[in-house]
Design a protein around this ligand. Structure first.
Ligand SMILES: O=C([C@H](O)CO)[C@H](O)[C@H](O)COP(=O)(O)O
Length: 212
């Protein structure tokens, strides 16, 4: 299973610093939605130039104008771009068209989708590379939140999926056991006192759970 680092910070400078520390331990570097809204598409270019060997993931969470928004993110240097699963099929198909034109991929973020397993099948049929079983920061803060349902939805979907929702070293083993392609970790890394050590610990936890 691969490890993705989601950087929910607000400046390109902070993102470059975080990415530099975590890069040795992660496969995918994500520019979080707040970062792209705050710093703009140039942040994508800066991260790709600093880390050309990493998959750069632009979390646009596009809801409309799928082809246009995906196109500008790919032109800026993104390898993967997100579109929302609650968007219409034409928006997702438009984004997939842009991805094909650039030889890149679309990930459909299923945040807020009631039946994630069913929608996952539909969007992969539309050409998405994989889906993200995602509980966002606000949902995580709700009383009684558990991400176990994300794992069940991923397994039930029968399509390639990542999982995001406050993953830590305590929970990343269960993500791996669910068959996820990628575990996405944001706050567990960027909020740590030692960012490199936090990313390294998540990488070690994946290796340990693989050999268990
Ligand atoms: O996608 C995210 C969220 O919507 C804010 O942009 C997060 O990056 C994602 O949830 C991963 O972060 P953590 O949940 O803090 O691990």
């Amino acid at each position: 299973m691969q490890l993705q680092f989601a950087m929910d910070t607000l400046t390109t400078e902070a993102a470059l610093d975080l990415a530099g520390k975590a890069a040795p331990y992660v496969d995918v570097i994500e520019l979080g939605t707040p970062l792209i809204k705050s710093a703009g598409l140039s942040a994508i270019t800066a991260i790709k130039e600093a880390h050309p060997d990493k998959v750069v993931f632009a979390d646009l969470k596009t809801m409309d104008a799928g082809e246009l928004e995906a196109d500008i993110a790919f032109k800026a240097g993104a390898d993967l771009v997100t579109v929302l699963g609650v968007a219409g099929d034409s928006t997702i198909a438009g984004a997939v068209k842009a991805a094909k034109a650039h030889g890149k991929g679309i990930v459909v973020d299923l945040i807020g989708v009631p039946d994630k397993a069913a929608r996952a099948k539909e969007v992969v049929a539309l050409g998405a590379e994989f889906v993200e079983m995602h509980a966002g920061l606000d949902e995580q803060a709700e009383e009684g939140f558990t991400f176990e349902t994300l794992l069940r939805d991923g397994e039930a979907s029968g399509v390639p999926f990542s999982v995001a929702g406050g993953i830590t070293t305590d929970t990343i083993g269960s993500v791996q056991a669910s068959g996820a392609r990628i575990a996405v970790a944001g706050s567990a890394i960027y909020s740590a006192d030692d960012v490199a050590a936090a990313a390294s610990a998540l990488r070690d936890a994946i290796s340990e759970s693989a050999s268990a």
